[in-house]
Design a protein around this ligand. Structure first.
Ligand SMILES: Cc1cc2nc3c(=O)[nH]c(=O)nc-3n(C[C@H](O)[C@H](O)[C@H](O)COP(=O)(O)OP(=O)(O)OC[C@H]3O[C@@H](n4cnc5c(N)ncnc54)[C@H](O)[C@@H]3O)c2cc1C
Length: 495
């Protein structure tokens, strides 16, 4: 069976809704989702009598038998008032939508009642549900001229989530989400059982390498990874990122095709890039845009910056439960130090995300995937780029230190000594076994959980590479209410 979709914008300046509904009847569509607020029942009659299924969004219909997906607009407006009141605001206006449609009148009712409950004087303007309507309303109350416009306040009713945000996990993912959300104006609480970056982030090889990725649901996201780190580096001076490029080769005779951001280089070029190599390979994949980070340093910097933007940070505070209210919505998280309230909880707890989700009846298909990291003492300047071979991933992290991600310490030592001149004295300093959070299909799990309103997941492999991009996009979804297409292949409901 093949399916097709028709999408029509019936807003101002576009063909009227009647034209679209006529076309839908002509084309004998199976079903229509009506997401416009202002559609009289009579307009839907021809569609319903044609046998099409109709679902309306946000606008209960009294004269027809259509199914409706709607939000509790009265409660939303009351919650928005309560939230602003709790933040110390007392002069609260509303630019309502048209009151002849349900969301407009319900929000106005909720707002008026909440103002009365708080002993405040209502002040409202009728508007329309368009950007122009909002702007017009703002101008007529003098907001733009008289008061600093606070994006949090302007966006309270249109955001996909409301209320304070609790981020569980100050690994590189949670730290990035907390920083970006706090910077965007959200009231953020970040909580971790240990210290920033103290989970698997501390055991990472931390190569920021997205070159060569061509396909997969997160290809678009990965393609932006290095550019997002450059952006983050500009926002946070001193961010510990090194743009060394990466060199990869195998024992095969012929080189692969170069992917995006890569070139194939010959032995002479490899020797120039890595002068200590004993036998430079005939070919290598050179990705000059790749780099690496001090992953704990980045997590710490992000947490410090989140604090500077007003985030409350609770370290050494294990989350023991995620709380829901009587209606099943997220209410916050429980720690030994008490309840941390929040209408939205982001689980960015790495491998622990699965257990925290399970406590809410939510399956998060993430397993720990163990991978060793070796620290080696080595002469200064032995390795200059990120080197990736069949034996190891290797890079220099300090004048006398290398790190290697590989399978066995003995084989790694032997391979490093035989690959580079002057490496006879390289010694193993430590071995760590990190548990990488590995989603069942290898792709990031990022997005809201439909069954638990207010719950949002952010867990993935290669999270060091993806952290800057994911943090910004998640914050946009949570704070601005956008739906980021770069995350569309990462949604939890694909399982
Ligand atoms: C050897 C190795 C090499 C790697 N190489 C790379 C690489 O080159 N490039 C790359 O991109 N990725 C690499 N990775 C993967 C990368 O390190 C991880 O994807 C990333 O660190 C995951 O970050 P995270 O924030 O999701 O998890 P974590 O760093 O584990 O953070 C989760 C946080 O949640 C906290 N937490 C857990 N449970 C609770 C609770 N109940 N209450 C409160 N807090 C809680 C933990 O204390 C922890 O701080 C490598 C991993 C390993 C092991």
């Amino acid at each position: 069976m093949s399916t097709s979709s028709l999408l029509a914008d019936v807003g101002a300046g576009t063909p009227p809704i009647e034209a679209f509904l006529d076309e839908a009847v002509q084309r004998r569509v199976d079903g229509v989702v009506v997401a416009a607020v202002d559609v009289p029942d009579r307009m839907l009659e021809p569609l319903l009598t044609s046998g099409a299924q109709v679902v309306t969004v946000g606008s209960p219909r009294h004269g027809t038998s259509t199914d409706v997906v709607s939000s509790d607009d009265e409660r939303i407006a009351a919650d928005a008032v309560a939230y602003l009141h709790s933040r110390g605001h007392r002069n609260l206006g509303i630019i309502s939508g048209p009151v002849r449609v349900a969301p407009g009148s319900a929000r106005l009712d909720g707002y008026r009642q909440a103002l009365r409950d708080h002993g405040l004087r209502p002040f409202y303007l009728r508007g329309v549900f368009t950007s122009a309507g909002g702007l017009c309303g703002r101008r007529s109350v003098g907001v733009d001229q008289a008061v600093r416009v606070d994006a949090r306040v302007v966006n309270v009713l249109s955001s996909s989530v409301s209320g304070d945000l609790v981020v569980v996990g100050a690994g590189i993912v949670g730290a990035s989400v907390a920083y970006h959300a706090a910077r965007a104006g959200a009231a953020v609480t970040l909580v971790d059982a240990g210290r920033p970056g103290g989970g698997v982030t501390a055991d990472s090889f931390a190569w920021v390498g997205a070159s060569g990725v061509r396909k997969g649901p997160a290809a678009g996201l990965r393609a932006t990874a290095t550019a997002e780190y450059h952006r983050l580096g500009a926002e946070l001076p001193g961010l510990p990122v090194t743009w060394s490029g990466s060199l990869s080769w195998t024992g095969q005779d012929s080189a692969p095709d170069a992917g995006p951001g890569q070139t194939i280089v010959d032995a002479a070029t490899v020797a120039a890039l890595e002068p200590a190599l004993r036998r430079p390979p005939e070919w290598a994949v050179w990705a000059p845009g790749d780099g690496a980070v001090d992953s704990v340093g980045v997590a710490e910097r992000l947490v410090a910056a989140a604090r500077a933007h007003g985030a409350r940070v609770h370290l050494d505070a294990r989350v023991t439960a995620v709380r829901r209210d009587a209606a099943g919505r997220i209410a916050g998280v429980e720690t030994a130090a008490g309840l941390l309230s929040g209408a939205t909880v982001v689980l960015a707890a790495g491998v622990a995300t699965a257990a925290l989700g399970a406590s809410l009846g939510v399956r998060v298909p993430v397993e720990p995937s163990p991978s060793p990291l070796f620290r080696l003492r080595a002469p200064a300047g032995l390795v200059r780029t990120v080197v990736n071979t069949e034996d190891f991933d290797l890079r220099q992290v300090a004048a006398d230190r290398l790190i290697a991600a590989a399978d066995s310490p003995e084989r790694t030592l032997a391979a490093v000594r035989s690959t580079f001149h002057g490496a006879g004295g390289v010694e193993l300093l430590s071995t760590r076994l990190g548990a990488r959070p590995m989603p069942a299909d290898g792709e990031p799990i990022v997005g809201p959980v439909a069954e638990v309103p207010g719950l949002y997941l952010a867990v993935m492999h290669s999270a060091v590479t993806l952290a800057a991009a994911v943090g910004r996009l998640v914050a946009r979804e949570l704070v601005d209410g956008t739906v980021e297409s770069a995350l569309s292949g990462c949604r939890p409901d694909r399982f």
